[in-house]
Design a protein around this ligand. Structure first.
Ligand code: GLU
Length: 483
């Protein structure tokens, strides 16, 4: 017995949707779960009006980012056009297809208002000859039912009389998606068709085409098993919207989500491992994943949960990995890949890797994505900190005690023998005490003067790394601004 042969068959008509990423992952997991499994990538690029080459590239790079390498392919569906044509030829010769010269307007007129959608079968028995404006339609059975045995949904029954004689080859000669898809799946001996729920309604038509091809080509390729994955919905329980919801996988990469975290999160969209655990290592995903355990109810794509999970993955990195993996957001000029639209606010000559390495452990504790890092560390690298004016007014300009703390800090910092975080901590605490302020209150003007904002990495460690000279200079500058 051979193992499962699965394929991911995206159409390059836009950004790589998170739903597509989930479909790719579930296919890949089915292949990896079985040592003999094969994962195929087939780009369904036959709709020339909607495809773009950059989106094909987007599919490849997103899959590489997620670590979902195909065992066979990537194939391009457009390379198999001849096979699609010849499949259509076999079907026509055996009477499964018939020519039709109706225009949509003619069909509408015949059917009259309120009729069910779809073609009315007018040309089914007319014996229309092939002509310039003739499409080829599939002669669907008028009676009985087609049952899709879905591994996730169970048996889903479709009444054949409700399936119209759909177009298989357009009058232009272009073979449409349904037949191209089936021809390729047969060619690749696909055993499991795993895809989004929106394709469930295509399944009976594709099963009809499959069986017809088995007869017409005298090649009885066994029907694949179907598994239609649950819809992804947003917080309002509505289908994820391309316009309103953050659905582009690329943007998660740009924001600094880790591929492992992203894969882990995607795996939970419709599937859950045994026990209530959520952080599931890839090896466990591979071992435990089964299509039969996928739920059919819609799965909430929860960016907050994903972000939280990403923070956990970031904290689990070694210090070296954290520093290395954050480089594209900090020093993009020296990394092979750069996130788009995320230039750091400093110049190359202002950035200092050694400084970053010293502060990195504190940053690693605080961020959920890499893109959050530059704003947190920019005060180390910019000549002057960018100032949050409201915060500055509150704790320095409009607060005499705040200014008193700054003055005292300048004097005390100049006299310190050692410049380290614990001494700085004690010093600011003592200044606070002398002014009747708790440490938190005494820290605020110092932080705002030195870093420009009221929140950030731990203050005393930051001052230690920034150094005495810059720290005192910034305290002085702040006092001058507030005067
Ligand atoms: N090309 C189709 C899509 O991108 C997928 C079809 C399939 O998986 O059968 O939605």
């Amino acid at each position: 017995m051979s193992g499962p042969r699965v394929r991911f068959a995206p159409s390059p008509t836009g950004y790589f949707h998170v739903g597509s990423a989930r479909t790719a992952l579930f296919n890949w997991l089915v292949a990896r779960h079985d040592a003999r499994g094969v994962f195929i990538l087939r780009v369904e690029d036959t709709d020339e009006s909607r495809n773009r080459e950059e989106w094909v590239e987007g599919i490849y790079s997103a899959m590489a980012w997620l670590g979902l390498a195909p065992d066979e392919g990537p194939f391009r569906q457009s390379d198999s056009k001849e096979a699609h044509q010849s499949a259509a030829g076999f079907l026509r010769q055996r009477g499964y297809l018939y020519y039709c010269d109706c225009t949509p307007a003619m069909v509408e007129e015949r059917k009259g208002p309120g009729a069910p959608p779809g073609y009315d079968g007018f040309c089914r028995e007319r014996g229309v000859e092939r002509g310039e404006d003739t499409a080829l339609r599939f002669r669907t059975p008028r009676e009985g039912v087609t049952i899709v045995h879905d591994l996730i949904r169970g048996d889903v029954e479709f009444e054949n009389r409700l399936i119209d004689d759909f177009v298989v080859v357009k009058s232009s000669g272009v073979v449409l998606y349904a037949l191209a898809n089936v021809t390729d799946d047969r060619h690749d001996r696909i055993t499991h068709v795993i895809r989004g729920e929106e394709h469930l309604a295509n399944a009976p038509k594709q099963m009809m085409l499959w069986s017809a091809l088995s007869v017409a080509t005298d090649d009885d390729v066994p029907l694949p098993q179907y598994a239609h994955l649950p819809l992804l919905v947003n917080e309002q329980r509505k289908k994820l919207s391309k316009r309103k919801d953050p659905v582009a996988t690329e943007s998660y990469r740009d924001q600094g989500y880790l591929p492992d975290a992203f894969v882990n999160y995607l795996a939970l969209l419709g599937w859950s491992p045994r026990g209530a655990v959520e952080i599931v290592p890839l090896s466990t995903l591979i071992e435990e994943f089964r299509l039969e355990d996928v739920s059919h109810s819609p799965a909430f794509f929860d960016v907050k949960k994903l972000t939280h999970m990403n923070g956990e993955y970031i904290r689990a990195l070694s210090r070296e990995e954290f520093v290395r993996l954050s480089a594209p957001w900090l020093r993009p000029w020296s990394t092979p890949w750069q996130p788009s639209d995320r230039e750091p606010p400093w110049r190359e000559d202002q950035f200092n890797e050694a400084t970053y390495e010293r502060i990195a452990p504190f940053i690693q504790e605080r961020v959920a994505t890499f893109a959050e890092i530059p704003a947190m560390v920019e005060f180390f690298f910019l000549d002057e900190p960018r100032v949050d004016e409201t915060g500055f007014a509150k704790v320095v300009t409009n607060d005499p005690l705040g200014r008193a703390v700054l003055k005292a800090a300048v004097e005390a910092f100049e006299r310190l023998d050692a410049w380290d975080s614990s001494v700085l901590h004690e010093t600011v605490a003592a200044i606070g005490e002398a002014n009747g302020l708790a440490l938190r209150k005494a820290q605020a003007p110092v932080r705002c003067a030195v870093t420009g904002t009221l929140v950030g990495p731990p203050l005393f460690e930051s001052l230690e790394v920034l150094g005495r000279e810059s720290t005192i200079q910034r305290l002085r500058d702040a006092l001058a601004r507030a005067a």
